[in-house]
Design a protein around this ligand. Structure first.
Ligand code: NAP
Length: 246
């Protein structure tokens, strides 16, 4: 009971600090965040499949510039051409170098190699981690990541990246219509970095969801399909459910 209270108290303190950083975090960041929110970002997409391809298209249509990457450059060139002038294609290293923000959207079993390939390039960058470990699909690394917790596991595989877990448990087919829906659903996110979370949040709003910071990266273990936070629900309900988790 006491441990549970400590965890909850710790999370509340984190959330208060995160809010304070976003709201009162000093002019340079506020100015940068405002510029980023009002202006447009460069987004490197690592893994341009269902989720990466879909989000890249939405962000390009919202005025950001994206670079798609995967193991198939020809596919990415065709995808970029179909998206329009705000999209281009490159290798994963080029996408990582290009982006102010990186979307990581590869099968989890690819993440150890991707982390090595992109070492140095993603250090200090905001990385939105959509990747989910599934032991059946991802083998040993999937088992390890489930045990460690998806957020902390990604942080270990992508050292130095400012990770924000997001877009983990909503099907990619739901995303293109999200901005047009009457009801605005929440998007649970987890991060140890309040500034990174604020930057990711503006991109989440562009997709049509209201970001809900449920806590630090350790809470990323709840941001996978099949958990109480999976699926689409309103921001208040997400907060209520998150408060029951530890
Ligand atoms: N599908 C969803 O609705 C959904 C929702 C939330 C989260 N997720 C998670 O997001 C991740 C991607 O899922 P997805 O459904 O988008 O998969 P997907 O359609 O199979 O796309 C995976 C992408 O990753 C690329 N890739 C694989 N290994 C790579 C490597 N070593 N370096 C660079 N790129 C690599 C693939 O390239 P090639 O095609 O060239 O192999 C492909 O573009 C998974 O972890 C999944 O659990 C998926």
């Amino acid at each position: 009971m006491k441990a549970c209270w400590t965890v909850k108290k710790g999370r509340r303190a984190f959330l208060r600090a995160a809010a304070a950083t976003v709201v009162l975090g000093g002019l340079p960041f506020a100015a940068r965040a405002a510029a980023a929110a009002a202006g447009k970002m460069k987004i490197g997409i690592v893994g341009s499949g269902r989720i990466g391809g879909t989000l890249g298209r939405i962000w390009a249509n919202a005025g950001h510039t994206v670079m798609f990457s995967s193991l198939d450059l020809e596919h990415d060139k065709a995808l970029a051409a179909s998206v329009g002038p705000n999209a281009r294609a490159g290798t994963s290293r080029e996408a990582a170098a290009f982006g102010d923000v990186i979307l990581m959207a590869v099968p989890y079993h690819a993440l150890p190699q991707v982390g090595k390939d992109l070492a140095g390039l993603i250090k200090g960058k905001v990385v939105i981690d959509a990747c989910n470990p599934f032991p059946g699909r991802d083998g040993e690394v999937g088992v390890w990541a489930r045990t460690k917790g998806a957020g902390l596991a990604s942080a270990e595989l992508l050292p130095g990246a400012r990770i924000v877990r997001a877009f983990n448990a909503v099907g990619y087919a739901r995303l293109p219509e999200a901005a047009q829906r009457q009801e605005r659903y929440g998007m649970p996110i987890a991060s140890d970095d309040a500034k990174a979370a604020a930057i990711a949040s503006s991109l989440i709003r562009d997709v049509g969801y209201e970001p809900v910071l449920v806590g630090p990266l350790v809470m990323g273990r709840h941001l996978i399909p099949g958990t109480p936070l999976a699926g689409e629900r309103g921001p208040e309900e997400i907060r209520r459910i998150a408060a029951t988790l530890k």
